[in-house]
Design a protein around this ligand. Structure first.
Ligand code: SF4
Length: 160
């Protein structure tokens, strides 16, 4: 069965223009940037050879990569870190081609964010843009709950 967890037109923190999060694609917590980057290079190279997002997901298997502990279906193109088998990736035309993912998973940050009205969500996204995150620091901030905690503090001080 195909499960796409996003509600139609739902705002999510996972992929923003120019900023990616991969906080829940690693086990158990986001690790050292260099170690993850090395694994991302291997995964991306494998995907370049396959060019088939479904085969790529199947070949990745259900185990995370040893050492980096990240999902083997995760790739990096430019600054963007993402799953090419995800329904919102540019390679799947809206189909969910993931195989071993917990497809309806949300981190604690997203669980809270999803309960907010859209206006508040947009304010957080605007605030995130001012933070100079890169894919790694952003993933860490979402995974640990730091991003939403800091935004709520910012809201209290600046948005009344
Ligand atoms: S850690 Fe949270 S924000 Fe990041 S990709 Fe997973 S669900 Fe999305």
């Amino acid at each position: 069965m195909i499960i796409i967890p996003f509600r139609k037109k739902e705002l999510v923190l996972c992929q923003l223009p120019g900023l990616s999060c991969m906080g829940c694609c690693t086990e158990p917590k986001v690790k050292d940037k260099k170690i993850i980057e090395d694994q991302l290079k291997k995964n991306s190279e494998r995907f370049r050879k396959t060019k088939d997002p479904h085969k790529f997901a199947l070949d990745s298997g259900e185990d995370v990569a040893s050492g980096s502990k990240i999902c083997k279906t995760l790739i990096k193109e430019g600054d963007k870190v993402f799953c090419p088998s995800h329904p919102l990736s540019p390679y799947t035309k809206g189909k969910d081609m993931r195989e071993y993912c917990i497809k309806d998973y949300w981190c604690a940050t997203m669980k809270e964010f999803r309960t907010w009205p859209e206006e508040r969500q947009k304010k957080m996204i605007e605030w995130i843009k001012t933070k100079n995150y890169n894919w790694h620091s952003y993933s860490l901030a979402n995974d640990t709950g730091k991003s939403i905690k800091e935004f709520i503090e910012y809201e209290k001080k600046n948005l009344g």
